[in-house]
Write a protein of this length. Sequence first.
Lengths: 138, 138
Amino acid sequence: MSDPTVLLRNHGVPVTAQRIAVLNAVTKLPHSTADTIAEEVRASIGAISKQAVYDALATLTSKGIIRRIQPAGSPALFETRVGDNHHHIICRTCGTTADVDCAVGERPCLSAADNSGFKIDEAEVIFWGTCPDCLASS
Amino acid sequence: MSDPTVLLRNHGVPVTAQRIAVLNAVTKLPHSTADTIAEEVRASIGAISKQAVYDALATLTSKGIIRRIQPAGSPALFETRVGDNHHHIICRTCGTTADVDCAVGERPCLSAADNSGFKIDEAEVIFWGTCPDCLASS
DNA sequence: TCAAGATCTGGACTGAGTCAAGAAAAAGAT
DNA sequence: ATCTTTTTCTTGACTCAGTCCAGATCTTGA
Ligand SMILES: [Mn+2]
Ligand SMILES: [Mn+2]
Ligand SMILES: [Zn+2]
Ligand SMILES: [Zn+2]
């Protein structure tokens, strides 16, 4: 289950060294950018192209193996914590991102008061504020 | 109140032709991009630089006269409906953006179950789904 | 083992937005 | 009304995150 090779195979994704390394990097560094993941992968397998990183991240995301978060004004972030629709708090000062479970319930805000006839499939929630460290030093 | 000149002056913002035109454009075309706003402004006053549009939008946003929305994978959108913390539904197919009031209340989700010590100042909620038109044609 | 198909590489390219320096315009004080 | 100071606007280069493409390489399954 946590063996990347098995995980990829179970999802019908051809197993490549690059994909394994990208998945390991996302596991090791939650909420990190494609760029940070590329660096981590290079440290572990020596080299990978920027494009292969983006391709792997896109494939893993589309298979539900990882999750993409796209906060305003920052590049996309990736994490392996999927399937529990948790949300995120981001520090406006230092960018630190933390997980948060919504008080409302398992699938918060999925029903809107007036949905204008839309069929809603996802509620994206991002909290903005200041992290403990930045609060302390101010 | 709805006179742009007065509105700007009340907020201590120097009144310029560009700012008035940008504010009018945002009023006329809610949920539109900086680019669309620039086109609208050019149609109305003849010319404006890209930078002046970004500057005006930033100033108006910082004064709370307009609001910036930054949906994942799309350029920022602007609107004049401020002060009522409403949220948005975006169609994955055609990009149409509609206003929505959250079922939870006036300030939905502002308190998270476990905030990890963060001081939260904003909850950004974006619903994703399919609009009535796109539902019909599928 | 081999063919067919998918993936990876390298490099050019795009879109949204920012930076910086000088020209133009607005505000405040005669 | 005019001048001075300060802010804003223009122009054009530049950055960053991400995409597109063509050819080389690797995975898979027969
Ligand atoms: Mn997370
Ligand atoms: Mn709106
Ligand atoms: Zn912080
Ligand atoms: Zn639609």
